[in-house]
Design a protein around this ligand. Sequence first.
Ligand SMILES: [Zn+2]
Ligand SMILES: [Zn+2]
Length: 347
Amino acid sequence: MKAIVQSGPESIDVVEQERPSIAADEVLIQVHSTGVCGSDAHAFHYEGGYEWVQLPRIMGHEYSGEIVEVGDDVDSLSLGDRVVEEPTQTCGTCFQCKSGQSNVCQNFSVKGMHRNGSYAEYTVGNPEKIHLVPDAVPLEHAAIAEPLSVAARTVLSQSNLKPGQTALVEGPGPIGTLVASIADSIGAKVLVSGLGQDEKYRLPLVEDLGIETVNLSESDLSEVTESFTDGIGFDVVFDSTGHRSGIELGVEQVRKGGEVIVVGLPGDASEIALSPVVRSEVSINTSYGSSWENFEQALNLLEEGVVDAEDIIDTSFEVTNPEEAFSAFFRSETSKPVFSFTELSDT
Ligand SMILES: [Zn+2]
Ligand SMILES: [Zn+2]
């Protein structure tokens, strides 16, 4: 089979490999479509806190596919099942796993980071982490189930956003766009903020989804907040910038008594003046990864057509030239590249 293997910083090759064999408690999945996550692009450069990823390894963790082999001990899945898989392997025995918080398992490992991933024609799946894709959802769209589950956790589990409330989403990357889509779908009044680099691709994509945007290199956010929220400030701010300035700005734009949900990894967040945050009783919460329930929510959102996967996924990149997708991602010239593995023939 063909696979995209990273062997060093900025060093990846499309290689021919043996098809993986499965254990009795595993399944083999023929990959249909597999998405590029911001974390894949960071891991490709091997910087920004991603220096721990395993080398060499097959990259990728966002994917959809079809089951082509079922281990002898697996009863829950069948040949031909259309599936997605949660990328995080959890231990099941730590305090968090036993308490229903397996997204913050103490002993987790991530597909395509700690171990071989989904940028391949075939991948080994763990039945306990596999979800069936509803018939109405094309596998190409199901490839975004994982980032959508992260966005579902952010909006539906970690925030208290309600219909009729106002929400600011900072950062129009893939997670920000999906967070905005879900917030919009529940009837909130949503504004997405971006920078100059986002004006070519990412902000127009959000506008195409029917969601308002503001370009911070042209407009003063405080003035926009004033008119968008009738001078009150946002009920909820979602920070998906992955930068500490997002939290600082979010705390300024949220209303007194509102909440800021941090979903990006802000790197070295230095001092945020906390006294005004306390005096305004602003809640700061975080969201990390997703749960089984969030994956099911994501698949339901796709099935109901609430999230416009067709518009959000970008299929213009070739699986044989993944570097192009990574560098376009860093230039903000795409949001969610999805590779198709169906056109590569097994040899
Ligand atoms: Zn991802
Ligand atoms: Zn655990």
